[in-house]
Write a protein that binds this ligand. Structure first.
Ligand code: ARG
Ligand code: ASP
Length: 721
């Protein structure tokens, strides 16, 4: 006889508020990056099922301080969180990296040595860094899209832009308020976001790169992880708390609220919430699009970057100066390259195309089951097939253009900067000369002509082998058979005045229209310019045209899918607006016979340091602390300092630096990466493999307290034991 007693008990447990789960957690990987204002409507059951003891209002409210008031959009594409009543912000090391780099010099390299302000007066203003607080958000679909039906597609687009502009301009009453309207679901809905922007942001502290970037590219996207990926900044404001430009008179900002920190045991299966600014996902792509990414887009980009990376690496391994100069470019280029490799494997393991096709069959049945639907939605899927078939060649050319020309050799990138400079000058548009000259200085600091000529030669050879001659442009066509050192370097590359910093600065400072040809006749500038033009005229317009049709079809598809889904929750792609992801602390099995625990500790840093991999260099002081077991109370049950953990929150680029909260909304960690086996999650989420990687807050405090000797900062925090 079957016994259903368990079912009754389970149901009762859920009904009485999951009391049982307070000790044993139910681990549930959960796809989706949810809109804070819609949590109340769609997500509370999930949150309770997972064991959260937070209301929707605790997360987002405009009537009282809520968690959203402690989370900031940090810079242009990261997240940060306020962790003290004095405006102290925690984010990742890799999010603060360019600010820390800008504040460094050869004599005082803060990336290398680390930095800790021992008092407020030592905190370092970071020009051009901003943080944004979300004041409020609301749906504005009606305001943006009502009564447009009678207009043509182009007129609709124009009208929408007009309405967005008028709505946002009306709200941007001062220089520190930003209003943004963003579409979701491919323009089926629109949301308004109003931000308060703070511009006086100062560096408070960062560990040395041997900790903040421990594991470097070797460990990037990898679990088990041991990177101390954090840095700290402070927000300064007028004495009344309003934002202001940098001023000596500014004082630390008292925010509406800040996050309280929880030290203590973390358990496998316990719920985790990530609040942050995920940048971009595409979860509703049809099967031909997944096929395109998996078989063409990702592999093509990887192949091109293989060449860049291996060429740089050859030089970097031989020359320490080049190693520094190209470190940041290398890391940036390798980041996407490694992610796509993981995504290809993940998509194929997940049988992504077959799954999409299965879902499409169900969709088509639903469509065909009613004549009205068939009329409105019947052609969506076949249209995708034909659009993606037409798109293939333009997509491929677009990728070659982007990777070889736009983001290709250094001098190509400098050409782009100078091209927009002469364009602005000639049109009488104001140019910020000081910032341009700074940019040029920075460019040459990280530039080596021998390395760059080699990269250019290799990439152009690949371009010639992979793209049809009509897309070369005149200059490239002329030299197509002579891309060897002797010819290319002597006859083309070395003849460019762009090789010389002073000549370029001089050109900028003394520019007049009559000087224009000095640049436009330069062999490298010309080569690049012709490749730009050829690409634009032969491919880009067509690329854009088909892409717009794909987007329009995607809009209908998502509308139909939402209708099919009924009134239940419907996941929305990331678009660099505030989102909430929930999941739980969980490891995974990357392959047969291997199971990953979800926790790492200092012990692992020492295991890694025993190898001869440069990325695993550990500072002596950390070794001393480890040996003397001077851990304070920043330890786990095994007496080790915990370093990182992984969980099943759906996150993406932009979520770096996001606070990771426990069931009560206390800060337990800082999000910084994802596991390689699950980087497909920008397109499809596989609950078995998709994991985010989180820095354990205890490691952060241990480093501040014991390694960096900055107890002044610990005193500022509110710690819950
Ligand atoms: N993979 C992480 C993210 O996408 C971290 C990147 C920074 N670290 C690095 N070694 N490149 O941004
Ligand atoms: N590392 C990423 C970031 O910088 C996060 C991710 O892609 O998971 O935002």
């Amino acid at each position: 006889m079957m016994n259903y007693d368990w079912l009754f008990r389970l149901r009762r447990a859920i009904l009485v508020g999951l009391v049982i789960l307070s000790t044993t957690f139910m681990s549930v990987a959960d796809e989706g990056m949810w809109i804070p204002t819609l949590l109340k409507k769609y997500n509370m059951d999930d949150l309770q099922r997972l064991g959260f003891r937070l209301s929707a209002d605790d997360v987002y409210s405009v009537n009282h301080a809520s968690l959203k008031d402690a989370v900031v959009l940090f810079g242009g594409g990261c997240t940060g969180e306020v962790i003290s009543s004095e405006g102290l912000v925690l984010t990742n090391h890799h999010c603060g990296y360019s600010s820390i780099q800008s504040l460094s010099s050869v004599e005082n390299n803060l990336l290398k040595s680390g930095f800790w302000a021992k008092s407020r007066s030592e905190e370092l203003y970071s020009p051009s860094l901003k943080v944004r607080f979300l004041e409020r958000m609301e749906e504005v679909t009606d305001k943006i899209t009502s009564n447009l039906e009678s207009l043509s597609k182009a007129q609709q687009k124009e009208k929408i832009q007009e309405r967005i502009l008028s709505l946002t301009q009306e709200l941007e009453t001062d220089l520190f308020t930003e209003a943004v309207v963003k579409p979701i679901l491919y323009g089926n809905q629109y949301f308004l976001y109003v931000y308060k922007v703070y511009k006086d942001i100062r560096l408070v502290g960062a560990p040395p790169s041997t900790i903040g970037k421990f594991g470097g590219d070797t460990d990037n996207w990898v679990w088990p992880r041991h990177t101390g990926d954090f840095s700290m900044f402070r927000i300064y404001a007028n004495t009344d708390g309003s934002p202001s430009e940098y001023s000596d008179d500014n004082i630390p900002l008292k925010t509406k609220t800040f996050l309280k920190i929880k030290l203590g045991k973390l358990e496998k299966g316990e719920p985790t919430m990530v609040i942050g600014y995920p940048g971009k996902t595409q979860l509703y792509l049809p099967s031909p699009a997944i096929n395109m990414y998996q078989t063409t887009s990702f592999p093509t980009r990887i192949n091109i970057r293989d060449i860049k990376l291996s060429t740089w690496k050859n030089f970097m391994d031989k020359d320490p100066k080049i190693e520094i100069q190209y470190a940041s470019k290398y890391a940036r280029t390798a980041n996407g390259w490694k992610k796509w490799k993981g995504a290809i494997l993940g998509l194929s393991r997940f049988h992504a195309i077959e799954r999409k096709k299965d879902a499409e069959k169900k969709f088509q049945l639903w469509v065909d089951s009613e004549p009205e639907r068939k009329k409105s939605y019947g052609s969506i899927l076949p249209r995708f097939d034909s659009l993606y078939a037409q798109f293939a060649i333009y997509n491929e050319r677009h990728i070659y253009y982007q990777e070889v020309v736009e983001r290709g050799a250094d001098l190509f990138q400098l050409s782009t900067i100078l091209n927009s400079f002469i364009h602005d000058k000639d049109k009488g548009i104001l140019v910020d000369q000081t910032s341009l000259l700074n940019k040029i200085d920075k460019f040459y600091n990280d530039y080596n002509p021998v390395v760059d000529a080699e990269v250019m030669m290799q990439l152009l050879s690949l371009y010639i082998d992979s793209v049809a001659p009509e897309f070369y442009g005149k200059s490239l066509y002329k030299i197509r058979d002579k891309l060897n050192d002797k010819y290319f370097v002597k006859k083309v590359y070395n003849k460019s005045f762009l090789l010389d910093k002073e000549s370029v600065k001089d050109f900028v400072v003394n520019y007049s229209r009559s000087e224009r040809s000095k640049l436009t006749k330069d062999p490298i500038f010309k080569l690049k310019y012709e490749m730009d033009q050829t690409y634009v005229f032969t491919s880009f317009f067509k690329y854009q045209y088909i892409n717009e049709q794909i987007e329009a079809n995607q809009k209908s598809y998502v509308k139909a899918l939402k209708e099919m889904n009924g009134r239940t929750r419907f996941k929305v792609d990331a678009n660099l607006t505030m989102r909430v992801s929930y999941g739980s602390i969980e490891g995974y099995s990357p392959k047969d016979g291997v199971i990953y625990r979800p926790f790492t500790s200092l012990k692992g840093i020492f295991e890694k340091s025993q190898t001869d991999i440069m990325d695993y260099t550990v500072p002596q002081k950390l070794i001393d602390l480890y040996k003397s077991k001077d851990f304070g109370n920043y330890i786990n049950e095994e007496g080790q300092v915990p370093v990182a953990f992984c969980a099943s929150n759906h996150t993406t680029g932009g979520n770096s630096g996001s606070p990771v909260l426990n069931r009560d909304g206390y800060l337990i960690g800082v999000n910084f990466d994802r596991c390689w086996d699950g980087t497909m999650s920008d397109l499809m989420f596989d609950p078995q493999y998709c994991r985010n990687i989180i820095l354990d807050i205890r490691y952060v405090l241990f480093l501040i307290d014991k390694f960096s000797n900055a107890p002044n900062l610990i005193d500022e925090l509110e710690i819950v034991q």
